[in-house]
Design a protein around this ligand. Structure first.
Ligand code: HEM
Length: 500
């Protein structure tokens, strides 16, 4: 009995040692960043929880500002300090400029034809330059000024017609950002409810967690959950819609119908893209129609949700901080000089305005994409003295970095004044504050997004005071976050507006 028991104990111990060797002390490189212990098959996936930016903050406190997780079989480097972010996004920007190819995003994005999900290379370079030079340059953003001013006025009138009653400000802000995008991109509004629903579904799917990305042998789970079918359906609906919009601009031979009456300022993004396609063809470069559709899709998905959520959070913070609200109203009254509304001209050349400081402070605390978008290394590289292998995914915890007490005094407090006496901006040059990312893969939509955010916020605050229903104290306004890639308020922002 005894010898056989010892044999069993021996076998069990051996299995345990092998198991520990394989999974707990894996075949990481000699000098890998610290890693939390992981489980077989799923690795550290179970440690992410429903709010990965928060769970990763807890792990970073334990393991350091550069740590290596294993999500299923995928090594994922987590950067949680400005220094780590700078090494990745500046020092080794080229090496970390690719994006992982994710199953669901690939279905939605015409097989990786959006800029955000394209791997680093010629296709990404060419299509990003279409944004930078043709669609989102300062000059082009100016072309859409009238759309922003019109839609902001419509929003103000809508709120004015419901003074004293409870309104869903989240929904009003979502409509504003969608309508501005719809008119800028497609030239007019379409059946609002349907398009908004389609876009919300697409945004949700882009952020949906797909097991197959991390444990390929479990890809069938995504099929059984219906995730892939949902993505194919949403993609098909969008494709049919956008194809009909494009067809309206083409003649029977597939050539663009020239609209002699349209000057540059009247052109929408579809016009601009068709023009780019025509221009490039004369240089023997083909801009495929899937690229055009993918970029249109991307402007909605990347632009609407993020802009809407940043407005929703800033108003929430202002309601909770009446002192800041009053100070901002005073600044805006000075700017408006008694005019009925604030226009973009009034806001130009205000580099150090309180308005801008308020927007920045809100984005510092409520980074719309708290982990930015995942990147991937294309080569072996050494970061902060650690060896990182090619094909490692990278997440930058921008949310944690912008609350780091080593950089920010009283980091959990909403204090816009902190931005008045320094040059810290959101353009990707200050690694302690990265709401739009940085480097080659940084967001090309900053000007487009901020022009609308500043105008809408200025007019909302200039015109109205907001209370929360049932005479609740302002501190009672909940600030619970949603889940997903973009973090919104979990509950809609219900308010009562009065004239200020
Ligand atoms: C408040 C609004 C917005 C926020 C907070 C935001 C944030 C971001 C972030 C964090 C990234 C990833 C950057 C990185 O990996 O370093 C990104 C990428 C991107 N954004 Fe934005 N964005 C906003 C608005 C927009 C708008 C309005 C557009 C276009 C109309 C846009 C288009 C894109 C595109 C195309 C990329 C991918 C860039 C690449 O991979 O090269 N974004 N954005």
């Amino acid at each position: 009995m005894l010898p056989s028991l010892s044999f069993e104990v021996f076998i069990s111990l051996s299995i345990l040692i092998v198991f520990t060797w394989i999974y707990l002390y894996p075949k990481t490189k000699k000098n890998s960043p610290p890693s939390p212990m992981r489980l077989p098959i799923i690795g550290n996936l179970h440690q992410l929880g429903s709010a990965p930016h928060r769970s990763l903050k807890v792990l970073a406190h334990k393991h350091g500002s550069l740590m290596l997780l294993h999500l299923g079989s995928v090594p994922v480097l987590i950067a949680s300090s400005a220094e780590a972010a700078q090494e990745i996004m500046k020092t080794y920007d080229v090496i970390f400029s690719s994006r992982p190819q994710l199953n669901i995003s690939s279905i939605i994005s015409y097989g990786g034809k959006t800029v955000s999900f394209a791997p680093y290379g010629d296709y990404w370079r060419q299509s990003k330059s279409i944004y930078v030079l043709h669609l989102l340059s300062s000059k082009k953003v100016q072309f859409f000024r009238r759309v922003r001013e019109d839609e902001t006025n419509l929003m103000i009138n809508k709120i004015r017609s419901s003074l004293g009653s409870v309104i869903d400000l989240s929904e009003i802000l979502l409509t504003l950002t969608n309508d501005v995008l719809c008119r800028s991109v497609l030239g007019r509004k379409y059946d609002e409810g349907t398009l908004v629903k389609q876009m919300s579904e697409l945004s949700e799917l882009v952020g949906a967690f797909s097991v197959g990305n991390y444990v390929p042998s479990l890809s069938w789970v995504d099929r059984v959950r219906g995730l892939e079918a949902r993505a194919r359906k949403a993609h098909k609906l969008f494709d049919e819609f956008i194809q009909s919009v494009i067809d309206d601009r083409l003649d029977r031979n597939g050539k663009m119908v020239e609209d002699e009456g349209k000057n540059d300022g009247d052109k929408d993004v579809v016009d601009m893209l068709l023009e780019v396609q025509k221009e490039q063809a004369t240089n023997d470069v083909t801009v495929h129609s899937d690229t055009i559709k993918a970029l249109i899709l991307e402007m909605f998905v990347a632009g609407s949700d993020t802009s809407f959520t940043s407005l929703e959070w800033v108003i929430s913070e202002l309601i909770r901080h009446p002192r800041v609200m009053k100070k901002l109203q005073q600044e805006l009254r000075k700017i408006a000089q008694g005019k009925p509304e604030i226009v973009e001209d009034d806001l130009e050349n205000m580099q150090h305005s309180y308005l801008k400081a308020v927007m920045k402070e809100s984005m510092r605390l409520h980074t719309p994409l708290p982990l930015l978008l995942p990147r991937e290394s294309t080569k072996d590289v050494k970061v902060m003295g650690y060896d990182i292998g090619a094909g490692t995914q990278v997440l930058i915890n921008a949310w944690m970095i912008s609350r780091d007490p080593a950089t920010w005094e009283e980091p959990e407090e909403f204090k816009p004044e902190r931005f008045l006496n320094n040059d810290i901006d959101y353009k990707g040059l200050h690694y302690e504050f990265l709401p739009f990312g940085a480097g080659r893969r940084g967001c090309p939509g900053i000007e487009f997004a901020m022009a609308l955010s500043k105008l809408a916020l200025a007019n909302l605050v200039y015109k109205f005071d907001f209370k929360i229903p049932n005479n609740e104290r302002v501190e009672k306004l909940d600030m619970v976050e949603s889940t997903g890639i973009t973090i919104h308020r979990k509950n809609p922002l219900l308010v009562i507006a009065t004239m200020s």
